[in-house]
Design a protein around this ligand. Structure first.
Ligand SMILES: [Zn+2]
Length: 191
């Protein structure tokens, strides 16, 4: 499957989800047995926020073995997250990575609010801060703007990650796109 076909499959699934016509494909015990026997060949890597309102398998109407999901609050990448993406792209030959920001993201909201964040949360906030500053410069809705800028920035971070991901992107074996998920409508918009 090409990255274009993978993206279309995801968008078709999202359309079904939004319309209340989800098929919940590939969720049978037969599918699981097939995956155990033949291994996994997911069509896309989804890098998204851990927010409980955006489970990627539901949002894109996919099932077992269909998508390789990496989630952290605010989809901030650390080495473990990048390694997970590398594994999927290099070893499983997944052609597409979608970085999914979302409406009303708590992690981005914390970065917009500023102040001292507790414990490890301060790491997330610091990483999102540049997107907030850029959104403030642009004007308009700062939270929503920062969500979009941050998703794109994470996509660029994946594309430029050396040595593995940047090479896959240059060779045309991996396409990375940013996207926005509307909590209100359930719709995913690709940038
Ligand atoms: Zn979030």
């Amino acid at each position: 499957m090409t990255s274009e076909q993978a993206l279309q499959t995801l968008l078709d699934g999202n359309k079904r989800f939004v319309a209340g016509q989800a098929r919940h494909p590939n969720q049978s015990s037969e599918r699981l047995a097939e995956l155990v026997a033949r291994g996994q060949h997911p069509i896309a890597i989804i890098v998204s926020c851990s927010d409980s309102r955006i489970p990627p398998e539901l949002v894109f109407d996919q099932g077992l073995g269909d998508i390789f999901v990496v989630r952290t609050a605010g989809q901030v990448l650390d080495d473990a997250a990048l390694a997970s993406i590398e594994y999927a792209a290099e070893h499983l030959h997944v052609p597409l990575a979608v970085v999914l920001g979302h409406q009303d993201c708590g992690a981005v909201k914390a970065a917009v609010g500023g102040g001292d964040a507790l414990g490890h949360i301060s790491t997330l906030v610091k990483r999102i801060q540049p997107a907030v500053e850029e959104a403030r410069d642009k004007g308009g809705d700062v939270l929503d703007g920062a969500v979009r800028i941050h998703a794109l920035s994470v996509a660029r971070q994946i594309e430029s990650s050396e040595p593995i991901l940047s090479e896959l992107v240059t060779d045309g074996r991996l396409k990375v796109v940013g996207a926005y998920y509307s909590l209100a409508s359930g719709e995913v918009q690709i940038f």
